[in-house]
Ligand binder design. Structure first.
Ligand code: ADP
Ligand code: MG
Length: 235
C-alpha cells in the first residue's frame, strides 16, 4: 500500500521553501512532496516550523523564498483573491482548538464552508448533514459548539474541512486538546478518511497518532527536515 502511495500523483510540492519572521528563520530550505493517498505526519519540537509549514501550504501566508505548488499550480502566482479561493476550494484545515464559530450550530458551521465557496444554502446544508452523518454526529446537528464535547467539536471541524472535497486535508495537532478517548476517535476518523483515499498532512506531538494514521513520517528540527521514514501502518 505504501509503495503504491509513493507512486501516486504529486499533490503538493515544496521546493527550497524559506520563511523568515524578521530576524528569525522559521523554515530553511524545505523541499518535499506529498503524493495522492499519502498520510504524512510531521513531528518535531515546539517552534521548529510545523505550523508555519501548514500555513504556507494552505496559502494562509507566503514563503520568503522558494515555491509551493498544488497539483502543479504555483501558489506564488496567485493574488490574494486567488489564494483565498484556493484555500476554500482545494484545502481542508483542522486545528488543535477546532476554530468553530460559536454562534453557529454544528450544521451551519459545516454548511458555511460550502456557501463560502459558492454552493447554494440548500445544497450546502444537504452535504453538511450527510457529512455529519458519516462522522457519527448527525444527532448533534442543532447543537452550538459550547454544548459539544471536545471530540464532537473536532468531528464537526473535520466535517467542515471535508465540505469541498479538498485535494489535501491539513491537520495541526488535531488531538492536542483532546483526552485519550476522544483523541482516539479522531485518530480512527483520520485513518478511515485516508483509507478512503483522502490525502493527509498531520502535524502532531503524539507518536501514537503518527504510528496509527501515517504512511510516512517527516521530522523537523530548527526549520529543516532532519529525518524522513516510511511507516508500516498496523492494519
Ligand atoms: P511549531 O508549530 O513547530 O511549534 P511554528 O511554525 O509555530 O512552530 O514557529 C516556528 C518559528 O517561527 C518559531 O520561532 C516562532 O516563534 C516563529 N513564528 C511563527 N509564526 C510567527 C509570526 N506570525 N510572527 C513571528 N514569528 C513567528
Ligand atoms: Mg505549531
Amino acid at each position: 500500500m505504501t509503495s503504491e502511495n509513493r507512486n501516486g500523483q504529486v499533490v503538493v510540492r515544496l521546493d527550497g521553501v524559506r520563511k523568515e519572521f524578521g530576524q528569525s528563520v522559521a523554515l530553511d530550505d524545505v523541499s518535499m512532496e506529498i503524493r495522492e493517498g499519502e498520510a504524512v505526519a510531521v513531528m518535531g519540537p515546539s517552534g521548529c516550523g510545523k505550523s508555519t509549514l501548514l500555513n504556507m501550504i494552505a496559502g494562509l501566508d507566503r514563503p520568503t523564498a522558494g515555491t509551493i505548488s498544488v497539483h502543479g499550480d504555483d501558489l506564488g502566482a496567485l493574488n490574494e483573491t486567488g489564494l483565498a479561493l484556493f484555500r476554500r476550494r482545494r484545502i481542508g484545515m483542522v486545528f488543535q482548538f477546532f476554530n468553530l464559530l460559536d454562534d453557529l450550530t454544528a450544521l451551519d458551521n459545516v454548511a458555511l464552508a460550502g456557501q463560502l465557496s459558492g454552493a447554494s444554502a440548500r445544497e450546502s446544508r444537504k452535504r453538511a448533514l450527510e457529512l455529519l452523518g458519516e462522522l457519527g454526529i448527525a444527532d448533534r446537528k442543532g447543537n452550538y459548539p459550547a454544548t459539544l464535547s471536545g471530540g464532537q467539536r473536532q468531528r464537526v471541524a473535520v466535517a467542515r474541512a471535508l465540505m469541498n472535497k479538498p485535494a489535501l486535508l491539513l491537520a495541526d495537532e488535531p488531538t492536542g486538546a483532546l483526552d485519550r478517548e476522544s483523541g482516539g476517535q479522531v485518530m480512527e476518523l483520520l485513518l478511515d478518511l485516508n483509507r478512503l483515499g483522502q490525502t493527509l498532512l498531520i502535524v502532531t506531538h503524539d507518536p501514537r497518532l503518527a504510528q496509527h494514521c501515517a504512511t510516512r513520517l517527516v521530522e523537523f528540527e530548527d526549520g529543516r527536515i532532519a529525518r524522513e521514514s516510511i511507516l508500516e501502518r498496523v492494519a
